[in-house]
Design a protein around this ligand. Sequence first.
Ligand SMILES: *Cc1c(COP(=O)(O)O)cnc(C)c1O
Length: 399
Amino acid sequence: MSVSPSGIAPPQRREVPLLDLKVQYQGFKAELLPIFERVCESQAFILGAETTALEAAVADYCGAAQGIGVSSGTDALLLALMALDIGAGDEVITSPYTFFATGGTIARTGARPVYLDIEPDTFNLSPVAVQRFIDEQCSVGPAGLTHRATGGRVRALMPVHLYGQCADMTPLLAIARRYDLKLIEDAAQAIGSEYQGVRAGSMGDVGCFSFFPSKNLGAFGDAGLCTVNDPQLAERLRVLRVHGGKPKYYHSLIGGNFRIDELQSAVLNVKLRHLDSWTVGRQRNAARYCELFADSGLGGIVTLPRVGSGNRHIYNQFVVRVPDRDRLKQYLAEHGVGSEIYYPLPLHLQPCFAYLGGKVGDCPESERAANETLALPVYAELAHDQLEYVVAVIRAFYG
Ligand SMILES: *Cc1c(COP(=O)(O)O)cnc(C)c1O
């Protein structure tokens, strides 16, 4: 029997993957297959009835006026930036502690990402850091906000609702209003998440969702969606989604192919009906972890997620902070427990962004989080004894 670093024997080995979608699939398969067949029989695969229905249903679910189905979460962000006319000479403030697409799409428009630090308890963009950047490094003039060091025009904020909890939107929206900045919500991990009772994707100018299979509402491949309240902006998103052509083959804008597939829309229409019950399962598992960690005496060692008051956390990930993280991750793997590091290297330190001049120490909370955080399995179908097992293995590691 293997002995843990603490000397405590781990429990009898079991398998607890970070995510297993096979059980979930069995729960909606019977509903889905006839719809799939109907789409196949129709041979209408692009921007049809399933997509129109999905756009209305997701917009309604998020409390937004309109939805525009797109090819991925990444393309939702890129399309939002393009629709807001953000490009060369512009700068967009965002978090460096996020999936690559957040910063990557900003750079792909030709704009410059400005990475500012996160709040340590929620891992989301710090409004205090944003205000300090504006006060200390920007000039306010008739042309808007200018970043003095680069001469770039600061055009937008792109907060990320990381792990399924909304960023602190009241102060961020106030900053956006005060300096006439656009606000794009990277809600890729946050469908159904609420900030003070308001849903992710309905607060900013555009909300960007991902239906990547591992997200809480996952397609059978890549897909995404933009939510928007302003009808003119919605129209721009729709036109840019089809290469900027309107009418077809006449282009006053340069867009791209950002379309969602009809088969993916069909999957998502079925799965959306189950989303709330899956979210309840994730929240139940998160609450159980908190009890189990408290009972295990690991309270001083494992830092649990903190949910801001008035927030609905949907736990796309259940992320703890731990000492000796990399060895714990390996120990969990040796005992059949899947875990993951989201994300090991903040964007301001990525080699591809070296041209921005970022260096270690620029965003200390993001750098600390990158070294300390670990995502544990939290998907809805996990059984109570699987959660007990995960906590027992962690207990055996630390003693
Ligand atoms: C998943 C994700 C994206 C990108 O979504 P894709 O559908 O994979 O392109 C963007 N931002 C964040 C925060 C994400 O988690």
